[in-house]
Design a protein around this ligand. Structure first.
Ligand code: NAD
Length: 485
């Protein structure tokens, strides 16, 4: 399937597909081959300003005046078009991100339902009347959109993260500017083609491409942008918080993680092994909620590790285009260097890195790293504290429940946690004590569009997905009316 369009890819600003103002382009690669996949126009600061203006005008002229049924109809139409093009978009993600095709297809399966879900909850975006003390006063609330939203994405799940930000933003009545990662912009460009076909008025959705330091920074600091929803690294998130502070913008931050997977001695071990291995392999470990700290009770450590190692030995690392591949490359040379550097750091700190599986054939030209366990890790090692964002897990032992809870919370992050135990009381005590935005018991953390998601501590601010995403995309006005006049 030929899924790459004629190039260089243009920017979508208002009703126009435009070249970047200075005609500059940048390359985006296929990480499995390290070859250039496509060229993309880079936005200038003036292009960003034009996109914000287009979004602002569309908000003022049309979108803020649409009713729930109109917005719902357009989102449902977009869902149908997405379903039609899902396979094509999955192939683009496989070529541009390096995800095995089976995983790309699977990860996009829920996107039409996500769009339809937010179309469906639009009627729930409403205020209430409040029975205040005075009988003569009518007091009520209006839930209103914020205006222009900047949606900034990382490279690891370009499409799912875009859809999960876009759908509630539009449903709530905002207009948006999408800023995909400069590393993996292509699937967002395929999505951008669908808005016009679905019938969205020009300017409701705009797309600008380019580096975060210029294009991203200009976007988040533009005075007409009233909300920023950012997913990416914690350092970048903190910077965005600082750059938007003087204008007191609404900011939602979905940031990094170092999530624990806690295995007690009464766990369903095979299920725990499947979740641990899945988190190591899926998208080459480049998943914000991946459990990268395996906390295993001493009494089952050897048994658990034996089974996990057997599973990992069978992992097929290779071309993401091959449906038999379990794990593809990392996204870039930079990411590969970073992961390899952390494996060296772990070794110097006294952990024992062991790699599993084998990189197959011609695929070796790309940015591949085999699944790696850091055996004999200690919780305070840098490799067990800092986000590596690759196929690497620290293995740490614990004695009892209280030590498990202490180790689980010994992190600056608080995105997710998984625990395996058949003791219901212990599961609930742990779920209450763990400082993270998501906890999964006897299963893996799988985010879904209809349940709230967001981090504690340095993993973020605010929630996306579910009804909470609508609250993040709206502001509440209180009105009172003295009826005695
Ligand atoms: P990143 O922070 O380097 O970049 C993310 C996006 O921000 C890119 O589009 C980039 O161009 C832009 N950006 C960079 N500097 C900017 C600035 N000053 N102003 C505005 N925009 C700017 O992250 P990444 O390397 O693309 O992604 C990996 C990170 O994303 C990991 O830390 C991972 O944990 C995190 N992540 C979090 C979640 C979550 O839901 N919590 C999901 C996926 C990924």
């Amino acid at each position: 399937m030929n899924v790459i369009e004629s190039q260089p890819y243009k920017l979508l600003i208002g009703e126009c597909w435009r070249e970047g103002g200075e005609g500059r382009t940048f390359d985006t690669l296929n990480p499995a081959t390290a070859q250039v996949l496509a060229q993309v126009h880079e936005a200038t600061e003036e292009d960003v300003d034009a996109a914000v203006l287009a979004a602002h005008e569309a908000y003022q002229k049309h979108w803020s005046k649409t009713n729930p049924a109109q917005r719902g109809r357009l989102l449902r139409r977009l869902a149908e078009l997405f379903e039609r093009d899902r396979e094509k978009i999955a192939w683009i993600e496989t070529l541009n991100v390096g995800k095995p095709i089976t995983h790309s297809l699977e990860s996009l399966k829920a996107m039409p339902s996500s769009l339809a879900y937010f179309a469906g909850i639009i009627p729930a975006v409403r205020g209430e009347t409040i029975p205040v003390a005075s009988h003569d006063v009518l007091n009520y609330t209006l839930r209103e959109p914020l205006g222009v939203c900047a949606l900034i994405m990382p490279w690891n799940y370009p499409m799912t993260l875009t859809v999960n930000k876009l759908a509630p933003a539009l449903a709530a009545g905002n207009t948006v500017i999408l800023k995909p990662s400069e590393v993996t912009p292509l699937s967002t460009m395929a999505l951008a083609r669908l808005f016009e076909e679905a019938g969205f008025p020009p300017g409701v959705v705009n797309v600008v491409n380019g580096p975060g330091a210029t294009v991203g920074e200009r976007l988040v600091t533009h005075p007409l942008v009233s909300r920023v929803s950012f997913t990416g690294g914690t350092v970048t998130g903190a910077r965005i918080l600082a750059s938007t502070a003087s204008d007191v913008k609404r900011v939602t931050l979905e940031l990094g993680g170092k999530s624990p997977l806690i295995v007690f001695d009464d766990a369903a071990l095979d299920k725990a092994v499947a979740v641990a291995a899945g988190d190591l392999i899926k998208n080459s470990g480049q998943v914000c909620i991946a459990c990268t700290r395996l906390l295993v009770q001493e009494t089952v450590r050897d048994e658990f590790l034996g089974r996990l190692q057997t599973r990992l030995e069978a992992v097929r690392v290779g071309s993401p285009e091959d449906p038999a591949t379990d794990m593809g490359p990392l996204v870039s040379a930079t990411q590969k260097q970073r992961v390899e550097e952390y494996i060296r750091i772990a070794e110097n700190e006294g952990a024992r890195p062991v790699q599993y599986g084998a990189v197959e054939g011609a695929a070796a030209a790309g940015f591949f790293v085999r699944p790696t366990l850091l055996l004999d890790s200690a919780a305070d090692m840098r490799s067990a504290q800092e986000e590596i964002f690759g196929p690497v897990q620290s293995v740490i032992s614990f004695r009892d429940e209280s030590q498990a809870l202490h180790l689980a919370n010994q992190s600056r992050y608080g995105l997710a946690a998984v625990l395996f135990t058949r003791d219901g009381g212990r599961a609930l005590r742990m779920a209450r004590g763990i400082q993270s935005g998501s906890v999964a018991i006897n299963t893996g953390v799988r985010t879904s569009f209809d349940a709230p998601f967001g981090g504690y501590k340095q993993s973020g601010i605010g929630k996306e997905r579910g009804l909470e995403a609508i609250y993040e995309n709206t502001q509440l006005k209180n009105v009172k009316y003295d009826m005695s006049e």
